[in-house]
Design a protein around this ligand. Structure first.
Ligand code: RIB
Ligand code: CA
Length: 318
């Protein structure tokens, strides 16, 4: 399996990237950077720094979109996001700059080239706003039938949203882009709050990474801990849910979730802007999205623990 991660690198994106790099069955052929938890260029910088830190300085990073569709100005992170992920996106933890810089080629043409090269072997995992992926599908609609699959983190179908009563952050950041992606006909699995809110990473587990002899252990532990102490629900529970890592895990092992098929659309007007909901007009015709509604959380959590322990040269603590 060839993997591309489209990240707005951010704390849980960092954990998702770590999981991908710890997974031998997938070859990470590139990371694309989008705005979201941080501005686009900071997302690219963070992904490069993390790849270097985790022993993979060779992974190329490509710049994607820096603003939602139709926006006049480049996106800057809101105070709400800064409060959770830190101004640097990595929980105010200082990570060394990578020697590598972002590629000259842009993310849209990189993804299209990769689809043409690897076809059904290519899996794309977007864990930020879908702006770059919509641009890919607009520039080359044949990507929808050529690509292996898209496993995205975003949306909330059967549960409330996290930035409004009905909208999830990644979708809310660019609902028009999400509509293009959901109606493209590409084989899509949506990993939304319906399932990510049933997963958990404890403060204790993150702290255990500090025993690693690798510098990445303490840094990853501090990055995750910041999020756990600053995100309201995580502070209460002594640990956080695992949004983006679950999308990567499902790309590796689809049996972790149960899905239902639905012609998905996103509301773009008024108070419901950003809501993911079934589209009545396309009920019988599609295209359909596989929406995850159940997750085997213990199995996911075990997979995450085993892979991160191996990455950090730690004994697997069960
Ligand atoms: O709603 C959770 C999502 O928003 C995650 O991808 C997180 O990293 C942010 O992008
Ligand atoms: Ca994200």
């Amino acid at each position: 399996m060839k993997l591309i991660l489209d990240l707005d690198t951010g704390v849980d994106d960092a954990l998702a990237l770590s999981l991908a790099l710890a997974s031998p069955e997938a070859e990470l052929i590139g990371v694309t950077a989008v705005f979201g938890n941080v501005a686009r260029d900071l997302s690219a910088r963070n992904s490069l720094a993390l790849c270097a830190l985790l022993g993979r300085p060779d992974v190329p990073v490509y710049r994607g979109c820096d603003r939602p569709r139709g926006a006049q100005e480049a996106y800057v992170a809101t105070q709400e996001v800064i409060d959770i992920h830190g101004a640097n996106g990595l929980g105010e933890v200082a990570t060394p700059d990578a020697e590598r810089v972002p590629e000259e080629q842009d993310a849209v043409s990189f993804i299209i080239d990769a689809v043409n090269t690897y076809g059904k072997d290519l899996v794309l995992v977007p864990t930020g706003p879908l702006t770059t992926i919509a641009a890919v599908l607009e520039r080359d609609p044949s990507v929808a039938e050529k690509i292996g699959k898209i496993v995205l983190m975003g949306g909330a179908l059967t549960v409330c949203g996290n930035v409004s009563p009905c909208a999830e952050a990644n979708i809310a950041n660019d609902p028009e882009a999400a509509n293009i992606v959901f109606s493209s006909g590409a084989p899509i699995t949506m990993i939304g709050l319906d399932v990510t809110h049933r997963t958990f990473l404890s403060l204790e587990e993150a702290a255990s990474w500090k025993s690693s002899s690798k510098p990445a252990g303490a840094l990853l532990a501090d990055i995750a801990t910041y999020y756990m102490l600053h995100e309201a629900a995580a502070r209460e529970r002594g640990g956080c849910v695992q949004h983006d890592p679950l999308a990567v895990a499902t790309a590796l092992d689809p049996s972790l979730v149960r899905t239902i098929e639905l012609p998905l659309q996103v509301d773009t007007e008024g108070a419901f802007r950003g809501r993911t909901i079934g589209c009545n007009e396309r009920l019988l015709t599609g295209p359909y999205v596989n929406v995850a509604v159940e997750v085997d959380a213990p199995r996911f959590e075990r997979l995450f623990r085993e892979r991160i322990s191996a990455l950090l040269d730690l004994p697997n603590n069960g």
